[in-house]
Design a binder for this molecule. Sequence first.
Ligand SMILES: [Zn+2]
Length: 213
Amino acid sequence: MSTKGVFRVKCPSCGDNFDADFWTVVRGDSDADLKDLIISGEFDLLGCPRCSTVFSHEEPFLYLDPRYELLVFVMPENYRPEKEKWLAKMRADYEALDPASFGGRLAGLEPAYFFGVGELSPLLSRDRDMEEESEVLACLAGESNFKTAKIKAGEARLRDLPFCLPYSGPAPVKGGALSAVKKLLAVNDALPRLKNLLKELEVLAAEEIPFVK
Ligand SMILES: [Zn+2]
């Protein structure tokens, strides 16, 4: 579950001070609506209860989505002038996190540190494109009786790949994956990340695929 905190803010228009709710932890894996707000740029918008002015106000929050290997400390953009100080604080906060928190799902996640929700939104927006393409791919693979394996999310972002790998045979290794990818590209050549996957598979020296989960 995502969690909230209350902070006192000042309206830039009328100067009124009021208490506002802020998300302190956003779970991208369970709160699709919050994820959409981040992508659309509405996440940090507040409305003044006195004069109705809408303005943006950022407070620090943690964005977590273990499915896609995301653990992001998001500081307000206006903290950037003191970047080193805040980076040190965020790293200390990360060290202090109980590995058992969030159901033990932090294990193995490499934290990222951003300044401004504006740094997170393009990443999530691109992820959404990748997810959509991966869903189409998984459907196509199923229709052709191929299995799918998960691709490590960080590797998928780095190499611009889908989040899943179709393959034939008992295990996701180079040979079975290559034949499945080639057959699926013959059925649908409109999946750019599937083409990238073909290139990545073709240059592998061994049967083992290092970017598969
Ligand atoms: Zn106001």
